[in-house]
Design a protein around this ligand. Structure first.
Ligand code: BGC
Length: 763
């Protein structure tokens, strides 16, 4: 077997299809270096340390207390950055102190978690990823950048590109799901959108790919928990979206909270120095997560805060978010010889480079009077609605009594009931302007069928409820022809520090649902959640279910247009939807085992030893409730056979072309037809499986996807040009390479279907 070993530069193999360096004027631009060096030469050690210090001066987004002497510290040059300052007046006030009163006039960098919009609220990231539309995500992050920068925020702690395989982990909501290929495409799209064509444009903000790395693999799905990830899994699954973000020019990365194979990610020289700096050539800034350097002490690898500062710093964390240990100890660590001055200089370079690339030295202030001008622009509002519509995933749509699928609903419907704790707007912390722009689901539906024909009733609370409330809800349902039930989680039940051990409907929502279904009325379940929920009863008994995630400011109109068929749902799952919590972590791109179970029939005991000793549960299917990539439509599609331009590829030639912007190694195609009566967009997916390689490979791995618009009856041949990188794996010699293998390729509507084609990779 000949397989060429490849250097780290070729890790690009797994980068998303759209990864490219968009911002030539960004941190990769070496023309900034002379200015960096000249500033550096003028700095004292304390001023250098100051650039590596970040405090939160607004609403806390983590534990710990703030300080009260920020103004004095700014004047002394002891702070390089703030997060969570959102008022442009305060930003300017601090910036004036830095620019006019500090000795070197180095601007402050203001950062914030601008995650799915700044003012205009777009769908949460898991929903945005469910659009499978990186171009749309790029527009969304561009719009968010415009709004945030108008307030003086030039740095966002986004995108979160952590691979998430476990729905118990609350932060699954903040990322793009379980797949590295899709995750890479989304990572690059976010970076391009935030940073724009030029990072120094007034409406561009620096991106921060987080949380580097492995944070999503928290054991038991419990936030901040330990992770154990082999290098093989790290390289093939967890690192690629970060690499894609680096390739797209991200100005920064955030080091994570988790310990990774015993070494906390914020003190991990292998990931922070070897992979990030040496192999990927990253020239931007690494900021720690909130107090994650100080937390090296409770992690147990630092006997004091000083040791924590030393370990975090020497591992490659440039800037200390909030824990203040660099501020308190770095100077002394240099004096005592534990840290070299040259190492401090290198970290300061990373910070200055980002500030210079952003044009902050030239334009440090924000126009306070203009900050609100661009909020909620008509273009952003329209984008929010498109994004919300494409993020909705139709999970189920069965035929009703009339033999037709329950959805879409007819505009002629006589009476409709809207029941459930999530039927109302989640109205907290909205400004007046935002309230005036939000159209609730109830009003959006009311506008269609007439407010008198819509019966609204909360039924139960999210976490509580009584038998009486359920009985009243049933009475309301009885008056309607169709009942829409809006159930799920509140937004704060997912996200940071919101892991769940139970993935069912909280409170009495299940009882409410069952009581309403028992009325015999047709029921549409609209599920709001930051993760898939295990609802086997609902999927067995409710005819129509939409996974809405949290769609943002356009929730009402987007859902109403979808429910009534003006929009044909086109979102697809970016996470495998579990049947039960016990299946977690559950992900489609798992490795095979020596005893694959296939589809076992759980209703009978195994007939013989061959059926018994398989990799499976005795009390649950292995398969998900809905597979990765799955999403329904109001039309139907047929997928033709999958064909390839070649039947045989050469590993030697593929390896020779890995680094190049190579032409396609093979073209894969299939004819997709809209066989139904409605125009639609279908997300067509390409998967591969490799067999015979030196390391075990996923049963399927996504290698391409495309949104295709199809009119009723229309067919299109969908083509994927697979580059050599698509076949590269992390092999048993610890390198990315293409190896001889048998390859199955599927063009498919999801990760569990599609027609297969076979090719061989020969030596
Ligand atoms: C989170 C980060 C976030 C930071 C600042 C931390 O607790 O883990 O994702 O960017 O706070 O808000």
């Amino acid at each position: 077997m000949i397989s060429l070993l490849l250097s780290g530069a070729l890790l690009r193999a797994q980068a998303g299809p759209t990864a490219s360096t968009a911002n030539g004027a960004g941190i990769a631009d070496t023309s900034l270096d002379p200015r960096v060096e000249s500033i550096l030469r003028s700095m004292t050690l304390d001023e250098k340390v100051g650039q590596l210090v970040q405090y939160s001066a607004g609403q806390a987004t983590g534990p710990g207390t703030g300080r009260s002497d920020y103004k004095e510290m700014i004047v002394r040059g002891e702070v390089g950055s703030f997060l969570n300052v959102v008022d442009p007046r305060q930003i300017n006030e601090y910036q004036h102190l830095a620019m006019e009163k500090s000795r070197l006039h180095i601007p402050l960098l203001f950062g914030l978690d601008v995650v799915h919009g700044f003012k205009t609220e777009f769908p949460m990231p898991l929903g945005l990823a469910s659009t499978w539309n990186p171009a749309l995500v790029e527009k969304v992050s561009r719009a968010a950048a415009a709004e945030a920068s108008a307030s003086g925020i030039r740095w966002t702690f986004s995108p979160m590109v952590d691979i998430a395989r476990d729905a118990r982990w609350g932060r699954i909501a903040e990322g793009a799901g379980e797949d590295p290929f899709l995750g890479s495409a989304m990572a690059a799209a976010y970076v391009r959108g935030y940073q724009g064509v030029r990072l120094d444009a007034a409406d561009s903000i620096a991106a921060c790919a987080k949380h580097y790395v492995g944070y999503g693999a928290a054991e038991g799905g419990r936030d901040y928990n330990t992770t154990e990830i082999s290098e093989h899994t790290l390289r093939q699954f967890y690192l690629p979206p970060f690499h894609a973000a680096v390739e797209a020019g991200t100005a920064s990365l955030m080091s994570a909270f988790n310990s990774l194979d015993g070494v906390p990610a914020s003190a991990n020289p292998f990931t922070l120095k070897q992979v990030l700096r040496k192999e990927w050539g990253f020239r931007g800034l690494v900021v720690s997560d909130w107090e994650s350097v100080g937390e090296l002490e409770p992690h147990g690898i630092a006997a004091s805060k000083e040791v924590a500062a030393r370990k975090g710093f020497l591992a490659g964390v440039d800037m200390d978010m909030v824990s203040s240990v660099y501020h308190d100890h770095l100077h002394h660590l240099v004096d005592s010889g534990s840290v070299k001055l040259a190492e401090v200089d290198e970290a300061v370079r990373h910070v200055l480079r980002v500030k210079l690339a952003l044009g902050l030295f030239e334009h440090p202030f924000v126009d306070e009077s203009a900050a609100e001008r661009d909020w909620f622009s008509p273009a952003s509002m329209e984008l929010a609605e498109t994004a919300a519509e494409q993020s909705l995933v139709l999970l189920k749509n069965e035929n009703g009594a009339d033999g037709k699928p329950l959805l879409p609903l007819s505009n002629n419907i006589q009476n409709l009931a809207l029941i459930g704790p999530l039927a109302e707007e989640l109205a907290h912390s909205q400004s007046e302007k935002e309230q005036s722009l939000r159209v609730s689901l109830a009003s959006a539906i009311g506008q269609r069928i007439g407010a008198d024909h819509l019966f609204r009733f909360k039924g139960v609370g999210l976490l509580d409820g009584t038998d009486e409330q359920i009985a009243e809800a049933v009475a309301v349902a009885m008056k309607a022809d169709v009942v829409i039930v809006a159930l799920g989680e509140s937004p704060d039940m997912s996200g940071e520090a919101a892991s769940r051990a139970h993935l069912d409907l909280p409170g009495r929502q299940q009882d409410l649902l069952e009581a309403i279904v028992k009325t015999g009325k047709p029921v549409v379940l609209v599920l709001f959640s930051g993760r898939p929920l295990t609802l086997p009863w609902a999927f067995g008994h409710v005819p129509a279910v939409i996974a809405a995630w949290f769609p943002g400011i356009a929730t009402g109109p987007a859902l109403a247009r979808t429910l009534f068929g003006e929009v044909n749902p086109s979102g697809k799952l970016v996470v495998s939807w579990p049947r039960s919590v016990g299946q977690e972590p559950l992900y489609y791109n798992a490795l095979n085992t020596g005893r694959p179970a296939g589809n076992v029939d759980l209703s009978h005991p195994p007939a013989n030893a061959d059926d018994k000793y398989l990799s499976r549960y005795i009390d649950e299917d292995n398969s998900p409730q809905f597979p990765f990539g799955y999403g329904g439509s109001y039309t139907s599609f047929s997928y033709g056979i999958t064909t390839t331009t070649q039947k045989e590829l050469s590993a030697r030639i593929l390896n020779g072309n890995l680094g190049a912007t190579a032409e396609a190694a093979v073209r894969v195609q299939s004819k997709i037809k809209n066989t139904g009566a409605r125009p639609a967009e279908e997300v067509v997916q390409l998967y591969i499986q490799l067999r015979g390689t030196s390391t075990a490979q996923p049963v399927r791995a996504l290698k391409g996807f495309r949104r295709v618009a199809l009119a009723p009856g229309e067919s299109k041949t969908v083509e994927f040009d697979l580059p050599p990188q698509a076949f590269a794996i992390w092999n048993d010699r610890n390198a990315f390479a293409v190896e001889p293998a048998s390859v199955t390729l599927w063009i498919a509507p999801d990760s569990a279907h599609g027609s297969a084609a076979e090719i061989e990779i020969v030596p």
